[in-house]
Design a protein. Structure first.
Length: 69
């Protein structure tokens, strides 16, 4: 999955696969997580958010299944 660099103190890159609805987040710590069944609109909102980290915490963490890769 191709990831795109983002401006964030905690997140380095974000990727999204629309076919599988998988969101991939690479944190500055080097940890890589995949979030599953994420609608395209959530990805769009994440990438347009003023704070990517705040959006992730408020709208994605705890709302979607995930796995550390």
């Amino acid at each position: 999955m191709r990831r795109q660099a983002v401006t964030s103190s905690n997140i380095s890159e974000v990727g999204y696969d629309e076919n599988s609805r998988t969101l991939e987040v690479l944190f500055t710590s080097g940890n890589l997580y995949q979030y599953f069944d994420v609608p395209p609109q959530i990805y769009t909102e994440l990438m347009q958010a003023g704070s990517v980290g705040q959006y992730l915490n408020a709208n994605i963490k705890g709302n979607f299944r995930y796995a550390r890769v």
